[in-house]
Unconditional design. Structure first.
Length: 271
């Protein structure tokens, strides 16, 4: 069941907030009910406001059905007065602010009762995002369906059983696209070190990751392990490379360390 809100205020229209807004508008959210609050909107957002007829800033007395919080964690306090004005007692507050718990949000929006804390990632802009979310007990059935519509329209979505798991989602998929981009950079650099022209190495690295990702997307019933095995001949070149990547200090150990660092930082941002 699809349930779009009649009106929505987006507080913070940076990279993540802007990406989700574009995904929502493409998915069916009515532009005439959308208002943006951002003290320094980018040219892209200003173009979107002009082209789609969005309100910037929200008109006086605007009481949106949904308030989406997409400000940086460090600016939550400075945005709190404006958030409190928008988040009336009947509003659903959806936050994608890293590290800030529902209790933190309630303190800044004391009139609101229904809160969802979510962590998406930037591929939401093209409908390929990954989002995990947790809600408090105050959501009505309609508010829960609205939250599901907003978060699932921009990609893979799942409710989490406990809010404490949000930081793990932040560390894994919220920050995850940057890990993949870093992998492309590293692969290209390795190819260039072997003599490939740098531009060719980068094109081949990008194309390899894009193609591998598409294989994952087109075969959701096949495990990543099986896909890996499918391209690994015993004693071949891929097996030689995987012996390095799967060593005790290889890729798995490095990713665990990296994701643990992101998880720790997400916890620090809650302070």
């Amino acid at each position: 069941m699809t349930a779009w809100p009649d009106s929505l205020a987006l507080v913070g229209a940076g990279k993540m907030g802007g990406a989700m807004l574009r995904g929502w508008l493409a998915g069916g959210l009515a532009a005439d009910g959308v208002a943006i609050l951002d003290p320094a909107p980018s040219m892209d957002i200003l173009d979107l406001v002009r082209d789609r007829g969005l309100a910037l800033p929200p008109p006086p007395g605007f009481k949106p059905e949904v308030v989406v919080l997409a400000v940086k964690p460090q600016t939550l306090d400075s945005a709190a007065p404006a958030i409190a004005e928008l988040a009336h007692d009947g509003a659903l507050v959806v936050s994608i602010i890293a590290g800030k718990r529902i209790a933190d949000l309630q303190a800044r929006a004391p009139n609101a009762r229904a809160f969802v804390r979510a962590m998406p990632n930037t591929p939401a802009a093209i409908g390929r995002g990954v989002t995990g979310a947790a809600a408090n007990d105050a959501l009505s059935d309609r508010q829960r369906e609205i939250a599901r519509t907003l978060l699932s329209t921009v990609g893979l979505f799942d409710w989490l059983p406990d809010e404490t798991l949000i930081d793990a989602v932040t560390a894994l998929s919220g920050s995850g696209p940057a890990y993949v981009f870093a992998l492309v950079e590293a692969m290209a650099a390795a190819g260039a070190a072997l003599g490939l022209p740098p531009d060719v190495a980068m094109r081949f690295a990008r194309g390899t990751v894009e193609g591998a990702g598409e294989l994952l997307a087109r075969a959701p019933e096949v495990s990543a392990a099986q896909l890996r095995q499918n391209v690994t001949s015993p004693g071949g070149t891929t097996a030689a490379a995987l012996a390095v990547l799967q060593s005790s200090d290889g890729l798995e150990a490095l990713m665990k360390k990296a994701i643990a660092a992101a998880h720790e930082r997400a916890g620090e941002l809650a302070g």
